[in-house]
Design a protein around this ligand. Sequence first.
Ligand code: EPU
Length: 423
Amino acid sequence: MDRLLIRGGKKLEGELRASGAKNSALKMLAAALLADGPVTISNVPHLRDITTMIELLGSLGVEVVIDEKMNVEIHANTIKSFKAPYDLVKTMRASFNVLGPMLAHYGQAEVSLPGGCAIGPRPVDQHLQGLAALGAIIEMNEGYVKATVNGRLQGAHILFDMCTVGGTEHIMMTATLAEGTTILENCAREPEIVDLANCLNAMGADVQGAGTGTITINGVPSLHGCAHRVIADRVETGTYLIAAAATGGRVKIRDANPEHLEALLSKLREAGAEITSGADWIELDMHDKRPKSVSLVTAPYPAFPTDLQAQIIALNCIAEGTGTIKETIFENRFMHVHEMNRMGARIRLEGNNTTAIVEGVPRLTGAPVMANDLRASVSLVIAGLVAEGDTVVDRIYHIDRGYEQVEEKLQNLGADIRRVASN
Ligand code: EPU
C-alpha cells in the first residue's frame, strides 16, 4: 500500500490544469449502456474509480477501447451478461447506476446492492422507488437487486423524498428510453447532472430542465452513439485552491469552471484570498497571509459542497479565529477531525457529531495519519502541507480514487511531497 510523505511549510505557487470530473465521467460510462452505437467520452480522468467502472463494463462483456489520451469508447451492443457482481459494486457505489440503463435498454438487469460505506449508510431507496415508478419489477435476492420489465418502461411523475445526486442521475438516464414523458421533481441540481443530461441529449435523448429542481424527459425508442467531453472536476479544482490558500500561496487553475465553485470562492474571499477568474480559469492569491477562519453549512448545490468540507476544515485548523462547519449531507464525514487533532489542531465535534468547531492555531505538527474516505484523505495532505515537520498519509488508495497524479500536481506547485510504497 502506498503512502505520501510530506514535508510541510512550502508555499504552493504555480499553475495546473483541472482534470475531468470523476462524478460526471462515472455516470456517463454507465449511460453508454443505453446507446446502440459507440459512445466516446473524452477528458476522462485517469483514476481508480474510473478503472473500476470500466472493469465492470468489461465484466458485462461490453467492449471498451481507451486511447493514450483517456478517450474512452464504449460499445454497449457487445453486452453478454446483465449481472453486475458484488466484488465490483462493493468497491464503488456509483457502479449501482448501471442497473437502470441495462434495464431500460435490454429489459433485464441484476446488480449487487452497494451496502454501507465509510461516510454513512447511503441507502438506494430513492433509486429503487424511481425505477419501480417507471414500471420495473424489482426483486431482492441474496444481496442482489434483480429488475425486469415487460416491454418498455413507462414514463411517470416522480417526486424524490430528498435531494439525491445519484438518484436524480439514475432515474433521469433510465427514463430516456421509457415510453412517454417522465417528470422528476425535487431533483438535485449539481453541474454533473447537467453534464450527464447534455451527454444523453447528444445520444438523441430529450432531457429538459437538468440543473433545476424539475427535469422532464420525453422518452425515445432508441439512442445512438455520440462523442462528449466531460466538464472540469470542481472538487479537484476546489481542493487545490484551498491547499494554496492554506499555505499562503498563489495558484492558477486552467480548464476549470468558476461558475461551478461560487460557494467555495466566496468562502475563500472571506478567508482573505484575492480571486480572479475567466471563462475557464481561476486564480487565487493569498499574498503570503495567514487565512481567516470561515464558517459554513454543507448542502446540495449550489450551496457549499460536502466534498470540500474536509479540505476547508484543514484550512480552518491554521486560520486566525474560530470557524463552525456543519455537515448536513452525510452522517459520518468527520473522520479527518481526529487525525488533525493528532497533528495539533483544536477541533471539537458538537450536535451529535454534525458540527465541527475549529479553533485556529498558528501551526500544525507533522504526524503519521490516515483516513478511510477520499476527501478526508486529501484533507490530511493539506494539513501535512501546512504542518511543521514530516507527515505520512497512509491508505492513499482513497486519494487515487479521485485525484489524478496528486503528488505530481502538488510537486509542480512547489510542495515537498513524494509517494513511497510501504511494505
Ligand atoms: N440518500 C438516501 N437514499 C437514496 C439516495 C441518497 O437516503 O436513495 C441519502 C444519502 O445517504 C445521503 C444523501 O441522500 O445522505 C445524499 O446522497 P446523494 O445520493 O446525493 O449522494 P451520491 O449520489 O451517493 C454523490 C457523489 C458524492 C457526493 C454526493 C453529494 C458520485 C459518484 N458521488 O453521491 O461524491 O458527496 O453526491 O454531493 O457522484 C466523492 O466524490 O467523494 C463523493 C462522495
